[in-house]
Ligand binder design. Sequence first.
Ligand SMILES: Cc1cc2nc3c(=O)[nH]c(=O)nc-3n(C[C@H](O)[C@H](O)[C@H](O)COP(=O)(O)OP(=O)(O)OC[C@H]3O[C@@H](n4cnc5c(N)ncnc54)[C@H](O)[C@@H]3O)c2cc1C
Length: 404
Amino acid sequence: MNAKTPDTPIVIIGAGPAGMAAALALHTVGHTPILLERYREARPAGNILNLWPPPIKALQEMGVDTDDLGAPCHTTFRGVKGNIRADVQIPDDVVKAYGGGFIGLLRPELYRRMLAAMPEGVLRPDVEVTAIEDLGPTVRVSLRDGSSIDAAAVVGADGIDSMVRRLLWGPSERREHKLHIIGGYTFADVPGVERNEVVLRHDRTVQGTYSSIRDNGRDGIQWWVLEAWNPKAEPPADLKSHALSLARRFPGPLAALVDSTDQKHFQRWPIRDRKPLKRWSKGRITLAGDAAHATSPYAAYGAGMSIGDGYTLAQELTGVDLTDAAAVVAALGRYDDRRIAHTTAQVQQAYVLGKVFHHAPAPLRPVRDFILDKTPMLQKQVGEKSPAEIVAQLDEMGAGLVRA
Ligand SMILES: Cc1cc2nc3c(=O)[nH]c(=O)nc-3n(C[C@H](O)[C@H](O)[C@H](O)COP(=O)(O)OP(=O)(O)OC[C@H]3O[C@@H](n4cnc5c(N)ncnc54)[C@H](O)[C@@H]3O)c2cc1C
C-alpha cells in the first residue's frame, strides 16, 4: 500500500484563512488537498486585521510570502487620558525574527498572498457542500450540484455557522456578546498619529483604537470603535457619524482618522462566538478555524489561530497512511490535543475582556477603572501572560512542515 495514498484527497470545506492554511499545509507535507468554496472566489468578509508571530511562522512554512505583509506594531492598552494600563510585551528576538511582534494589514492582502501560494487545481470555487457522511474507509462529501467526492478525511473550515460542527457535535447557540465593532482604514496623512503602535484606549464604556497597517507597500492606519449593542437592535443608520461620535470621546487623532476614511471602507460587525468544544474530531472528520473556535475580535487572533490549525493538522498527518483508519483517527486526536486548550483559553479571555470593559454595571465602573489604572492586573494578564502564551506557540510549533 502506498504510504501517502496521494490519489485519495483530503477535502477541506471553506476557503477562509483556516481552509486555505489547511490546504497549503497539507500540500506542503505531501497530501492531496481539495479546497471547496461555495462562493465564486475565496473572498475576505472584512477589511482590518492584525497577526501575531505564530501565524507568520505558519504562513512561511506553507510557502506564503510574508515579506512586508504588514506594519510591525507595538501594543499598549491605555486609559481615556492616555495613561498606559498594559504594555504588550513580545520578546525582541521574536519581533526581529517575525517582522514585528504584531503586524497590521488588510485582509485582502492576506488572501492574495495565500492564494498566490496555492497549487493549481486545489481550490474549487463555486462548490457548495450540502452533506457529509462517514462511510468508514472514506467520507462522502455531497455537493449542491448532486455530485459527490469520496475523501480520506474532511476538514470543516466552514466558519462560525459550520455545518460540519453541527453534524459532528450537534447544534449550539451563538453566544451573543451584545457588542458591536465599527472599523475602517485610511491612507490619509493625519497629524498626531503614533506610527507602528496599536493605541488601544478604553473609557468607561467604549474602546477606541488605531494601529499602523501596510498594504502593497503603502503605509496607512486601521481603526475601530467598540461598544455594547443589543444584537436585536437595528444597526446605526449612519455608520460614519456614529463611529465619529464614539471616536470623539478619545483624545488624539482617532476622530480625524475616522473622518478621513472613505465611506466604502467602513464596516460593522456584531460580536458573537460559540462556546468552545471539548473535542473537534470524530472518525475521519475534523474542524478548523471559526468552525472550531469562533472568537471575539478582542483576541485579534481568530484568523491567526485558524492558520495555526492548518499548520498543526498537517504536522500530525505527515506521513500518515490515509487508508489506515486507526492512524488517521490517532493523528486527528493529537491535533485536537495540541490545539483545543490554547484556542479555548484565547476564546474565553476575549469573551471576558468584552464583559469587563463594556458590560460592567455602572456603579462598578469607577472601581474597575481604579484597579486598571492603579494596579498591575491588566499588565499581568494582557501585557505579559497572554502574549507569552501566544509566543510560546512558536516553540510548540516545532521544526516546521516537512514533506513526508
Ligand atoms: C471585526 C473583526 C476583526 C477581527 N480581527 C482579527 C484580527 O485582528 N486578527 C485575527 O487573527 N482575527 C481577527 N478576526 C477573526 C477572523 O476574522 C476570523 O477568525 C477568521 O476569518 C476565521 O476564518 P475561517 O477560515 O475559520 O472562517 P471564514 O473566514 O468565515 O471562512 C469560512 C469559509 O467557508 C465557506 N463555506 C461555508 N459553508 C460552506 C459550504 N457548505 N460549502 C463550501 N464553502 C462553505 C464560506 O463561504 C467562507 O469562505 C476578526 C474578526 C472580526 C469580525
